[in-house]
Design a protein around this ligand. Structure first.
Ligand code: ADP
Length: 490
């Protein structure tokens, strides 16, 4: 089974978020299922340098304002990549989507339109790279226009799968983009990809991909509702029989408390068999962050973008509910200015008990997972979420809003789950300050019952959070859409 992944991000080549992790890891996990994958990715500055065995395999015609080539190569992990080398679109300093000042690149429509056009041309064989895909797997809006080029094109194409990693990002551009993208005028008509007078790349994928998936079963249900469908719920409901939710895995080599490269003295590595060692990490973390070094109080951490999606405003209001019990909080993140300020103010008001680090710090995020007792994820919506999965693996019990992937990956420590021995953390619903405060209180209660806490920690650490289960589900999906495709019947 040959699968062409199409994405604007792929770890370790280009990353701004969880999308890159999925696209970097899933093809490797799929190899064990017999899938031969190629990842189609723009050539950004520095990308080519991370590949070996590179070769130019095709020239790209002059389109979207310039010409270029396709370059194949392989990462150190063995991931096979095809780079879309269009220097006028992708070879520039700044971010993947924004310039140095944080503004969206003005030609993002052309940039990701070009990526999508190339994907469609490879899929149909119009561009020959010496390899044909049985399935085209599109990721998020940046790749979704591929479905429009396949739809309006005349050549037969393999079946396609669109994975929506976050419905909030929809690739919406002015109607004038339609012509610049070489789409027929019909694309802006009733049967096209018009979206409130503009056009949406994501809509092309949602309408015309053979199948749709998103990154957890609960999120797959939530996006069918007016409240969470972000304007796409009607269209998604029409396609609900072709929508599947598959929970992401995590990289269990990088995120392994027994071999974590970021855990250097005074931090120590640990496992379920050496769980006592986690206490040393807590003391080290408290000392490093300027918290009171106190083993007897629960230490909650947060590693998150500081945005309203992530419920950080709720957190700021809920923390005081448990401060009187001695609980400590360590918040690492960056994001919206008001939320950063609110977290800072809370830390200033409670020195030694609440601490914040504003910024992006990969190493500290590992030390927090290793040293804290619990991790709080109070998101208003969460397609999958990764930090709660790291928390499970590190015995750092997740306290999560019952939404999206958080609902699917954490089992609440209610009475029945404790009796059945299946609890792995704490959930709260509805997502408001009061319920978050109560959940933090329940976590404190369990923390002060050390044998029970330890049982839940061990169970959490035993959960399978790697990629194998997800890879098997994607494989089943590929087989299903290939078998059902008209080509298979030929
Ligand atoms: P999202 O992709 O919506 O931001 P996820 O939970 O899916 O949320 O993924 C967030 C990832 O980014 C996790 O790997 C998390 O550890 C990491 N992360 C978020 N903020 C920071 C930060 N300030 N420093 C280090 N890592 C962070």
């Amino acid at each position: 089974m040959n699968v062409l992944f199409v994405s604007s991000e792929c770890y370790p080549l280009a990353k701004t978020g969880g999308l890159a992790d999925v696209v970097g890891a899933l093809p490797l996990a799929l190899a064990a299922q017999g899938v031969e994958a190629r990842v189609l990715l723009p050539r950004y500055p520095g990308t080519l340098e991370l590949l070996h065995d590179t070769a130019v395999v095709a020239r790209l015609p002059r389109r979207f304002g310039g010409e270029g080539t396709l370059i194949v190569g392989t990462t150190d992990d063995g991931l096979r990549v095809v780079l879309v080398d269009l220097p006028h679109l992708f070879d520039r300093p700044g971010g993947l989507y924004v310039d140095g000042a944080g503004r969206d690149w003005a030609d993002n429509d052309l940039r990701f339109g070009a990526l999508s056009w190339v994907a469609a041309a490879i899929a149909t064989g119009e561009i020959d790279i010496g390899w044909r895909a049985d399935v085209v797997h599109l990721h998020d809006w940046q790749a979704a226009l591929t479905a429009a080029y396949l739809h309006y094109g005349t050549r037969p194409a393999p079946p396609s799968l669109l994975t929506i990693h976050n419905l909030a990002f929809q690739g919406v551009f002015d109607a004038s983009s339609c012509a610049a993208l070489d789409l027929p005028p019909a694309a802006m008509g009733d049967d096209g990809i018009e979206f409130w007078g503009r056009l949406s790349f994501l809509k092309a994928g949602v309408k015309w991909c053979t199948h749709l998936s998103t990154v957890s079963p609960t999120y797959a249900q939530e996006i069918l509702t007016v409240a969470n469908g972000m304007g796409f719920d009607g269209l998604l409901r029409e396609r609900s029989s072709s929508l599947t939710g598959i929970v992401n895995g995590i990289d269990t080599t990088v995120w392994n408390p027994a071999a974590d490269a970021f855990l250097v003295a005074p931090y120590v590595r640990y496992s379920t068999r050496r769980l006592d060692a986690k206490a040393a990490n807590k003391a080290a973390l408290q000392a490093e962050l300027g918290l009171h070094v106190a083993p007897e109080v629960p230490l909650f951490c947060v590693v998150s973008r500081l945005t309203s999606q992530k419920g950080i405003d709720l957190l700021v209001e809920a923390i005081p509910h448990v401060l009187w019990r001695g609980a400590q909080f360590a918040v690492l993140g960056t994001g919206e200015r008001e939320l950063e300020d609110a977290v800072r103010r809370l830390a200033e008001a409670h020195p030694g008990q609440v601490v914040t680090r504003i910024g992006y710090d990969e190493a500290l995020s590992h030390r927090l997972q290793a040293g804290a007792d619990a991790i709080v994820v109070p998101s208003r919506f969460e397609p999958c979420g990764l930090t709660q999965l790291y928390g499970l693996r590190y015995g750092t019990l997740p306290v999560v809003a019952r939404v999206g992937g958080l609902a699917d990956t954490v089992i609440d420590a209610n009475e029945a789950a404790m009796k059945d021995g299946v609890a792995t953390g704490f959930q709260f619903t509805p997502v408001d300050t009061e319920q978050l405060g109560l959940a933090l209180g329940r976590a404190c209660d369990l923390f002060w019952d050390p044998p029970a806490w330890r049982r839940v920690q061990k169970r959490a650490m035993g959960r399978d959070v790697g990629w194998d289960a997800a890879a098997a589900k994607y494989m089943a999906l590929y087989e299903r859409i290939v078998t059902a495709s008209p080509r298979a019947a030929q």
